[in-house]
Design a protein around this ligand. Sequence first.
Ligand SMILES: [Mg+2]
Ligand SMILES: [Zn+2]
Length: 227
Amino acid sequence: MSQADKRTLIIFCDFDGTITTKDNIIAIMKQFAPDGWEEIKDDILAERISIREGVGRLFSLIPVEKKQEIIEFVLKQAEIREGFEPFLTYLKENDITFKVVSGGIDFFVQPVLEPYDVLEDLYCNGSDFNQDTITITWPHQCDQFCTNDCGCCKPSILRQYPDEEYYKIVIGDSITDLQAAKQADEVFACDNFLLEKCQELGLNHSSFSTFYEVIESLKQKKEVTSR
Ligand SMILES: [Mg+2]
Ligand SMILES: [Zn+2]
């Protein structure tokens, strides 16, 4: 961010594997899905089916009666990455806009984020428990510029914030963050997958393992811009 850059800083942060240290969908499937779910996961990773189709099929394997049990399971096993709460405090104190962009599902993402006062800034998928098995709904599908059938389309969300007005930072770990990272002004990657992609593509990026490191980078940026 150069001195002349007067754009508003906005942060788009992934949930699974970024705010939490592990992927909750995979943990849920291991615990609750019948045999056969791994094939669907492999099809997603190999891009034989879209993320939207795959995630929809995965949850359709699980009876709606399991809802409460899944929530309790996720709350119990989800580990929040170190420094997340101080990071949010820093953002608030400095008036920096923060959005969570998650390919996770509302019924387990919201309970995990509940203590952190960020639910108003959460983009994620929805859920419907009126059938026999869990139905996923998609309030943030791809816009006309994305053909990936993402489910929760991170690049489409970034496009809602004009490039001329916003300096966009993407924080993430994996494949679902890649398209958003390509559009960002700056990327923070906490996993080798996204890190290597950023290197390959020559994106403006840094690696981190705790949110304290992200705070430090933002502080330095602020010093530069206010000088
Ligand atoms: Mg992730
Ligand atoms: Zn998309």
